[in-house]
Design a protein around this ligand. Structure first.
Ligand code: ADP
Ligand code: MG
Length: 279
């Protein structure tokens, strides 16, 4: 069978994902309204915002799963519509919010699915290495022969993420990848995303934990009611007045005493940032 040439990789700072003035309406309701967002190679961009803000819709526009009315989406500088699905699979990996693979595949089989886009390319010689490394770095080696339905929700989520790692696509699009994970595995996952960015990958990651976003993202885009209302460094975006309005709940910004990293604390009860319910 003919072997396919693989795409040249991006250089740090190249635009990996570009969304320009995209609007989406479903059944006459505006879901995204003139959204623009760029993620560069080497960069972790966190998408934050309240439930129903449009984060998943924005991600699905980038993956091509959601059609948009106006606007333009490019992946690695090329219009999304010009990519074949198979080519896209070599360029970007997608972890959906509802990735629930409940079919009786083993963990190893799920991770191997990440290699499908590389079949019959010069890079298919990396398959075994990529699968092993993904299992290893997600701590799933001993789970490799286990069937997905026998795993806990968090273990299944890690298997889904291991598939993304094995794909070695250079651009990762992750919708709430940490939602089912405990504290340690949240940190592990985002550390792996950061390590990818250090090697030149671009990542767009939907996160609900704002302190986690502050710690791991280079840039944060805050989505509210279908628009990007702020886009900048964690320091620029994570401000108490803005978050309190957008989340409709008062928050306080504190700094880690040693690292200076931003920590977002919801105010509880009478303005105290601690649980004041205890007598
Ligand atoms: P988020 O991921 O930020 O929580 P979503 O992008 O999933 O938000 O949804 C944004 C808004 O669009 C929500 O109000 C949701 O109910 C609505 N929405 C999403 N998909 C559809 C659809 N297929 N039909 C109707 N409304 C939708
Ligand atoms: Mg969502």
């Amino acid at each position: 069978m003919a072997r396919t040439a693989v795409p040249a990789s991006l250089s740090p700072g190249d635009p990996a994902v570009e969304v320009r003035d995209v609007s989406v309406a479903i059944d006459g309701k505006t879901i995204l309204d003139g959204v623009s967002l760029t993620a560069h190679a080497g960069e972790v961009v966190a998408l934050i915002g309240p439930n129903g803000a449009g984060k998943s819709t924005l991600l699905s526009v980038v993956t091509g799963d959601q059609e948009h009315g106006t606007g333009r989406v490019t992946i690695a500088g090329r219009d999304l519509a010009e990519w074949s699905l198979r080519e896209l699979g070599r360029r970007r990996a997608v972890l959906l919010q509802e990735h629930g693979v409940f079919f009786p595949f083993t963990v190893r089989e799920v991770v191997e699915m990440g290699r499908a886009p590389w079949q019959n390319t010069p890079r298919d010689t990396d398959d075994d290495d990529a699968v092993l490394e993904a299992l290893h770095s997600t701590g799933l080696r001993r789970f490799a022969p286990r069937q997905l339905p026998s795993l806990s929700g968090g273990e299944r989520a890690r298997a889904g993420f291991a598939r993304i790692l094995a794909q070695r696509a250079g651009i990762v699009l992750l919708d709430e990848p940490t939602a089912a994970l405990d504290l340690r595995h949240q940190e592990d996952l985002l550390r792996l995303v950061r390590a990818g960015a250090r090697r030149g990958d671009a990542a767009v990651v939907v996160l609900h934990d704002l302190s986690l976003a502050a710690a791991y993202a280079d840039r944060i885009a805050l989505v509210a009611e279908g628009r990007i209302v702020a886009d900048g460094t964690p320091e620029e975006v994570l401000t108490a007045p803005l978050l309190s309005v957008v989340y409709d709940h008062p928050v306080e910004i504190v700094r880690h005493p040693v690292t200076g990293t931003i920590i977002v604390v919801p105010l509880r009860h009478d303005g105290a940032a601690t649980d004041s319910e205890t007598p």
